[in-house]
Design a protein around this ligand. Structure first.
Ligand code: MRU
Length: 356
């Protein structure tokens, strides 16, 4: 796991949400203390905090920030403020289901404790947000334990974007099996796709693997086919922002191409997915909302113009990979293999804490 915490709450109800400002990495490791919900919304929107599980935690903390100072005269006013905060935070980014999963969980908590004094409900909200951090660590470690045996000594695995500690509280989903294999003494090397346009692979995955001492090589996205053709890759593992009930999944733009390549070259392709990222309400990936971001991220990334002024740009932040390209989905409750519809349903039926 990375030796720093991506996001945590410091202090009591009057404290701050402290997060790493990931827009500054790898040049600077700087923490941002967030004191109000508007700053949290901006941090999520601008990818200061990013990655599906981390933005879920950030949203839960944002809910606390939104209501901690409100002195409602009645419970209805308090509930309305909670609902407004949830809708506002949900509007920051549409694709990762963890965001609305977290805000809905906070709303349910409030509704279930309305008999208590409102100050107590606020304290419970903070405790819940902190619990989400602990749960995230437990979940990622379970994914790590289940995924670790898939990695052989001497393997090179490829990953796309950052589904690492920086995308969660500390361990990462896709990186957890790699961290555990490394800790177990296996020699494992990672190819990190650069991940255009915002370079989460080069800036973030490479940074955190380097912190832990896992050997890593950055390649530009268009080099993935070459390294696979050269038989340099034994496995691919990525994270996800949302898995549909049939196993289709959304992840950072470019993931679909990597999955198609892996199938062509006969390389196993794994999706690391906490159950909080599985949306059993959606029958297939066709209905996953895909965030579209500002054209400047493509034409003027990192302050330098790389396309002519006035040129038309298309900038979807995620793509959807059909389940036929997926070898297995590694969740904290078990590894699901095809047929995914049955396997995912069984996963939730087995657990009474199902969210659907
Ligand atoms: O736009 P980002 O950086 O938030 O995209 C992140 C990803 O696509 C991750 O792979 C995904 O959220 C899973 S994080 C465990």
């Amino acid at each position: 796991m990375i030796p720093v915490k991506t996001i945590e709450w410091i202090g009591g109800l009057d404290g701050v949400a402290r997060l790493i400002d990931q827009t500054l990495l790898p040049n600077e490791l700087r923490y941002l203390d967030v004191r109000d919900v508007e700053t949290m919304w901006e941090a999520i929107k601008m990818l200061r905090v990013r990655g599906a599980p981390a933005i879920g935690i950030a949203a839960a903390m944002g809910m606390v920030l939104a209501v901690r100072d409100c002195a409602p005269t009645c419970r209805d006013d308090f509930c309305a403020a909670v609902d407004r905060a949830a809708a506002y935070l949900n509007s920051a980014r549409p694709t990762a289901v963890n965001l609305s999963w977290a805000t809905r969980r906070m709303q349910s908590l409030v509704v279930n404790h309305l008999a208590l004094p409102i100050e107590d409900v606020k304290r419970l909200m903070l405790a819940e947000a902190r619990t989400m951090v602990d749960e995230d660590n437990t979940v990622c470690q379970a994914i790590g334990r289940l995924g670790e045996p898939l990695i052989c000594d001497g393997d090179s695995w490829l990953t796309h974007c950052n589904a690492g500690g920086l995308a969660t509280a500390q361990w990462g989903t896709a990186t957890a099996p790699i961290y555990m294999a490394h800790a177990a003494g296996k020699r494992v090397h990672v190819f990190a796709d650069e991940t255009r346009p915002l370079l989460q692979g080069a800036r973030l995955t490479a940074w955190e693997l380097q912190q832990v001492g896992v050997p890593v090589t950055v390649i530009t996205d268009n080099m993935a086919a070459m390294v696979m053709a050269q038989r340099k890759v034994q496995g691919v593992i990525v994270g996800t922002d949302r898995v549909a009930a049939n196993g289709d999944f959304a992840n950072k733009i470019g993931t679909l191409g990597v999955a198609i390549l892996a199938k062509e070259f006969g390389i196993p392709f794994y999706v690391a997915a906490p159950t909080s990222s599985i949306d059993m309400q959606l029958a297939s990936g066709d209905s996953i909302p895909i965030e579209e971001r500002r054209p400047e991220e493509v034409s003027e990334g990192f302050g330098r113009r790389t396309a002519p002024p006035g040129i038309r740009i298309y900038n979807p932040a995620f793509d959807v990979t059909p389940h036929r390209y997926v070898t297995a989905i590694i969740t904290e409750r078990g590894i699901v293999r095809p047929p995914f519809g049955e396997g995912l349903r069984a996963l939730f039926e087995r657990s009474p804490s199902s969210r659907w």
